[in-house]
Design a protein. Structure first.
Length: 200
């Protein structure tokens, strides 16, 4: 049974341990690389949450979408209100099962990546989000080593978030943070279509 005294002692020990870890942590002197992957929802949504955090600090953000095409989304409409801080580029042509044209998908992915590389190297951005790039890598529309080399060549100022399921092991190894979203339950499997304001 936990008593008030034992609880206090436990929390003090945790506090001491946390303070020690915090005091030993260092600033890397460069932007971080974050990977949001897994088969659950929330990969892009989490990245957009980080964008909001960055905007709160007055940071400059670039977004390149590799898959979503011209689909109108709430986040895209919202971030147009911050055009002085956010550069948004939707360069994919939609889901791969819609285009059914590998050469066209590769060309779209390469064009999007060229734009992303320019943004990462420019030194103008605090954060660049490569939304659904992991899908382009999954289907080999892009070469993983080329992507990692571009991440290595990014401005020291720039952090990068790469989203999409099935992130390549090489990318996960290079990244500073890897978060995997796990699907437990999904309304689509119960026949519920995507909801405006929740799913897009």
């Amino acid at each position: 049974m936990t008593t008030p005294q034992s609880h206090t002692e436990k929390m003090k020990a945790l506090q001491t341990e946390q303070k020690k870890k915090t005091s030993e942590a260092r600033d890397p002197g460069r932007g971080l690389v974050l990977v949001h992957t897994g088969n659950g929802k929330g990969k892009s949504s989490s990245a957009f949450g980080v964008i909001i955090r960055a905007l709160g600090w007055g940071h400059k953000v670039g977004i390149v979408q590799f898959i979503k095409g011209k689909w109108v989304t709430g986040e895209r409409q919202f971030f147009t209100k911050f055009s002085d801080q956010v550069d948004w580029h939707t360069m994919g042509e939609g889901f791969t099962w819609d285009t059914q044209d590998r050469a066209r998908d590769i060309a779209a992915a390469e064009s999007a990546f060229n734009r992303a590389r320019e943004m990462m190297e420019s030194g103008e951005y605090d954060l660049v989000v490569l939304d659904e790039i992991n899908i382009a890598l999954r289907y080999d529309y892009l070469d993983i080593q080329t992507v990692i080399d571009a991440l290595k060549a990014r401005s020291e100022r720039t952090s990068v978030i790469l989203t999409g399921r099935d992130a390549k092991p090489e990318l996960c190894e290079y990244a500073d943070l890897v978060s995997e979203m796990t699907e437990v339950k999904h309304p689509f499997k119960a026949g519920i279509k995507a909801q405006r304001g929740i799913d897009f």
